[in-house]
Write a protein that binds this ligand. Structure first.
Ligand SMILES: [Zn+2]
Length: 156
């Protein structure tokens, strides 16, 4: 179990499908910031197999990230999950015959982080700051109230 996150390529020869079912300790994220940390194990399931000249991974993973509410700063649990995540790794790039799935999972899960988090059901401190929010911008009526960094991306 200790190295269950390592895929041994030679064990997959001949069409063997390896089941993946493991718990990764949250330390593998190597992240502990005031505004982001992980305390819960990462549950990983899925399978690994070879096709053509590639290692194919089909994974599901979930864990809980902790991020501060963007209004009151209280840390909030935020579920992160990957479902039906596929990855194809060329065998030519796996020189050692071993593939560690942790870097892949780490990156994919971090990409799932929301830009901002708010207390469940809406932050109670929203009422406190309401008088300070501008109300005189009609075009902002339907805009999300939280900061949204990609809001200037236009659809084609
Ligand atoms: Zn809050």
């Amino acid at each position: 179990m200790s190295d269950a996150y390592i895929i041994y390529i030679d064990r997959l020869n001949g069409g063997t499908i390896q089941k993946i079912d493991l718990l990764l300790s949250p330390e593998f994220f190597d992240v502990s910031e005031p505004d982001l940390n992980f305390q819960d194990s990462v549950e990983v399931s899925g399978k690994a197999y070879l096709a053509e000249e590639e290692l194919l991974l089909h994974l599901n993973a979930s864990t809980i990230a902790r991020m501060p509410c963007s209004i009151c700063n209280q840390m909030q649990p935020q579920r992160l999950s990957l479902s039906d995540f596929y990855h194809a790794e060329p065998l030519s790039s796996i020189k050692t015959g071993l593939f560690d799935i942790r870097d892949l999972l780490r990156e994919a899960l971090l990409l799932e982080l929301p830009a901002t988090v708010e207390c469940p059901g809406g932050c109670k401190e929203r009422e406190v700051i309401k008088p300070f929010l501008r109300k005189d911008k009609p075009e902002a009526k339907d805009a999300p109230e939280t900061y949204f960094p990609f809001s200037d991306l236009k659809h084609p």
